[in-house]
Design a protein around this ligand. Sequence first.
Ligand SMILES: [Zn+2]
Length: 268
Amino acid sequence: MFYKPVQLIATGDLTKRYNICYRNPLRVPVQLVIEKDSITIRAYIAPHRSMLVPYRAKDGSTDGTGDRKLRKILESMPDPGTPYTFMDAALDGIRECWGKEYTLKGVDHPVRVNVEFIRKDDPEAVYGKRQKFFGIKQSGMSSTSFVASSPWRWGWGFLRTGCPEAAMINWSLRSPGKIHMNYYSSLNNYMHTVSHEFGHILGIGDAYDAHYRCYYEAPGTRDFMMNSNSSVHSQELEMVLRAHMTGKMQFFPFKISLKRFFKRVFKK
Ligand SMILES: [Zn+2]
């Protein structure tokens, strides 16, 4: 469960290296499609109506006057006046952060990752009648964003994995969780945060010094997506691939230290 790099066969053919097949793809909301030299993340996503309203900048504006990035996006849209929603921001953010080229050890060419969304609210979307989707919503439930499983899966994840991180995200291929997004003062922050949460949906844990990690930061991950919401590193992609090969969430190394824990608790 704690991720340790393993030796995979060195080959340019990704289908020989990553053996990923889903017994019943209709039950799996997020799938990795492995091709010879590229990978597609195919995500079936069902937005809550709170995601379908125009993205609001810090000052409440939706026309781009309050956020430089939003203004640039609105200016580049072919149809001026089309609203740019929270959902648009989330999907663009995830595509930008996860969809790129990666260098994987043992693969002799750069690996292109594409992100493809199938939206439940899109009348033109094509999917199986019994396809399972994962949810995303704007919520004011907490001062942060997070991914949570349905309440009936809570607690049992902790017992199953022995990892405190798994108490609220009891991840499985069939139940990857639901994204709850907070509001952010900048569109760029919003896009990076949703990309971090999407990492959990893909099956990987946090790397930063969260309280449920006993304030232990995974070494060498300072600029990782799962640490500082910065950018997705190859190791994070490898962990996602492992999660989908094994059906088990992959966690960054974690050390329990009561000394570190109490030092932080009493500092506050
Ligand atoms: Zn997280």
